[in-house]
Design a binder for this molecule. Structure first.
Ligand SMILES: [Zn+2]
Length: 96
């Protein structure tokens, strides 16, 4: 079940309830001739997801030039359909 759905934004909660996937249709510059696009963000709702030692390890990985991996977002089938519907609606909007 989407958390929030409005005309241009869809928020989907991960099955772990710790993450939220946000998809925003951005047509702000369309009048200036810029093609609309989609902004995708992953929000971590867990207030302190890493212990102090984990944070030090992440800093050490960054110093050594490693890339940090992101968390997985697990989406239920009905939410996947909501994403498809949202994207189709926005893409059809941009065709007009
Ligand atoms: Zn999650």
């Amino acid at each position: 079940m989407p958390v929030i759905k409005d005309d241009k934004t869809l928020l989907i909660r991960c099955t772990c309830h710790g993450h939220v996937l946000e998809i925003t249709y951005d047509d702000y510059w369309v009048k200036e001739g810029v093609e609309p696009d989609f902004n995708v963000s992953v929000w971590n709702q867990t207030p302190y997801p890493f212990s102090f030692s984990n944070r030090i390890k992440l800093i050490w990985d960054l110093i050594r030039g490693k890339n940090l991996s992101g968390d997985d977002v697990i989406i239920e089938k009905s939410d996947a359909q909501a994403i498809v519907n949202f994207l189709e609606k926005q893409l059809n909007k941009s065709k007009t």
